[in-house]
Design a protein around this ligand. Sequence first.
Ligand code: C2E
Ligand code: MG
Ligand code: MG
Ligand code: MG
Length: 281
Amino acid sequence: YGKKKGKRLFIIFNDEIRIKEERRIKLTEVLKNSLEKREFYIVYQPIVELNTGKIFSIEALLRMKNEEIGEVSPAEFIPVLEETGMIKDVGYWVIKEVAKDIKEFQQKNVNINASINVDIQQLLDKDFVKTVKSIIEETGISPRNLKFEITESEAMKFPELTISVLKELSSMGLQISIDDFGTGYSSLSYLKMMPVSYIKIDRSFVSNIPSSREDNILVMTIVNLAKSFGFKTIAEGVEEKIQLLFLQEIGCDYVQGYFFSRPVSKQEILVMLKESKKFQA
Ligand code: C2E
Ligand code: MG
Ligand code: MG
Ligand code: MG
């Protein structure tokens, strides 16, 4: 080990990569069986109408727990599902589960619509629209009970193709949200053509208001842009009252975040909906 500091660092660096790589390989192996072993489950987070404090919608968020490796976060397993193409099967499972939950809620006299995150690979799958249609028919819910969220950066990957699929979905009566808005690179000319109802302002901007002047301006600009295009706005990741006041001030329509509720189980969200829970807003 002569001039060895550099070399040692290199070894440590290699170790880190190796450990990450091993974790990834393990996770890939585990995920292959996760559907069959019922390791996926769904939690729901309320989306609140800012002016009334009423629950306007709920977002379905995927979770995964394996007995050997424990609970894994979507930030870790979603990229693996995307890279391996497993996201399609898992994505259809999510849509079916959510449709069944909505139906069950309806049978308990609660009518609500739910937002589902859809990966671009899945949206552009040739059977996507057909499959969604059959899930809706089989469960006996209305297309109005489902909303799809697609991230801004993914929507802009193949904008023309994406617009054509979104048009089919919206003509069926489903509503579309653009998720994580502000983090991608939207072409405004494409954005204007998107048959979209909601723009979700990314948490990274919301978390800095009102202390960051730049993010205040950014959030305000997004709200105004959305308004002029005829889209409603949803602010993600609201954690503090002061953020809420700012969002109210600038005319944001809906809010979502830990300030109101973390994502909760189906049973817990049903209780909130049954009680017609009103949040402080
Ligand atoms: P997203 O769709 O932007 O979802 C919002 C994320 O922010 C969720 O993380 C939610 O738990 C979290 N969140 C909500 N309020 C707050 C808050 O006040 N503070 C903080 N710090 N976080 C908050 P989650 O559940 O870990 O999901 C991460 C991402 O994984 C999602 O981002 C979405 O892109 C993806 N994802 C989740 N479920 C699915 C799914 O079923 N299909 C696909 N394709 N992607 C999914
Ligand atoms: Mg989302
Ligand atoms: Mg988001
Ligand atoms: Mg996201």
